[in-house]
Design a protein around this ligand. Structure first.
Ligand code: LHQ
Length: 261
């Protein structure tokens, strides 16, 4: 498939997926959904991908659903179908990827663009970026997992305040509230994103993937279930080459060379 709406590459264990409709602030149309799905499929089957970096081109990360392509006056639109067909699978796949997913919020994120970022594991945002719950301004609810992730991350009071007022959150406030991992000064942003991505691409991928699964799973588990899951995952991690390498490197006082296996 020739990509028109995204930039995509896999190199040295790093998959880079850039939403690339800057003239529409990287808003999602059907073509972009299809292309992102295709790229995620390649990552899932590649076997060598150790980190995914998701970002946007131009001055925005993503303005959510493309509002320009649909005629709301031509008859009723089935938005439930759009979420079920496109946004829900996207969020599931980002959350379920076996490698860590870094989201570099390079500029404004609005509507579903916010919640797609929040489906990623580590969200870094430029200090000048903003998060906008644009849904309430057009009579919709936060989708793409927004009503689930917001109360979990920032609590009900802030989730409702942010959503019902259609509020704008600075990246510094988003970091303070625990919505994102880190807000980074604009000048340092690109270098910090690259450093983090390189660090993750050289990390024990199986172990990170298992940690991601356990921490994400904790939201719906009891302590007993979580302890059982930890035992199972720790068993699996203990069989990896990277565990052996990590312990050997520690004993030899050298830097480990992890292979992601
Ligand atoms: C856009 C968009 C956009 C098209 C900027 N579409 N062109 C899921 C399932 C099914 C259906 C419905 O929805 C959903 C989930 C959702 O995501 S609903 C929420 C959809 N998103 C929004 O409501 C955000 C709309 N955009 C904005 O509020 C502003 O553009 C923000 C605050 C993001 C940025 O404002 P500015 O920096 O002032 O930029 P701008 O508004 O001038 O936008 C620049 C261009 O991008 C402009 O085009 P133009 O040809 O005039 O230069 C906009 O029309 C276009 N654009 N967002 N979502």
């Amino acid at each position: 498939m020739n990509f028109e709406t995204i930039l995509f590459s896999i190199d040295a264990g790093i998959a880079r997926l850039t939403l690339n409709r800057p003239e529409r602030l990287n808003a999602f149309n059907e073509r972009m959904h299809t292309e992102v799905a295709e790229a995620l499929g390649r990552i899932e089957t590649d076997g060598g991908v150790r980190v995914l970096l998701l970002t946007g081109s131009g001055r925005a990360f993503c303005a959510g659903q493309d509002l320009s392509e649909r005629d709301v006056n031509a008859g009723p639109l089935d938005l439930g179908r759009t979420t079920a067909m496109y946004y829900n699978p996207l969020v599931r796949r980002l959350a379920g990827l076996k490698c860590p997913v870094v989201c570099a919020v390079n500029g404004v994120a609005a509507g579903a663009g916010v919640n797609i970022a929040l489906a990623c594991d580590l969200v870094l945002a430029r200090r000048s970026a903003k998060f906008i719950q644009a849904f309430s301004a057009i009579g919709l609810i936060p989708d793409a997992g927004g009503t689930w992730v917001l109360p979990h991350l920032i609590g009900q009071a802030r989730a409702l305040g942010f959503t019902l007022t259609g509020g704008t959150l600075s990246s510094a406030q988003a970091e303070q509230w625990g919505l994102i991992w880190r807000a980074v000064e604009d000048e340092a942003f690109d270098a910090e994103v690259e450093n983090l991505t390189a660090q993750l691409a050289n990390a024990p991928t199986q172990g990170l993937g298992a940690a991601k699964r356990a921490i994400r799973g904790a939201w719906s588990a009891t302590l007993e279930q979580q302890l059982a899951l930890e035992s199972q995952l720790q068993h699996d991690c203990g069989l990896t080459l990277d565990y052996k390498e990590g312990v050997n490197a520690f004993k030899a006082r050298r830097t480990p060379r992890f292979q992601g296996r």
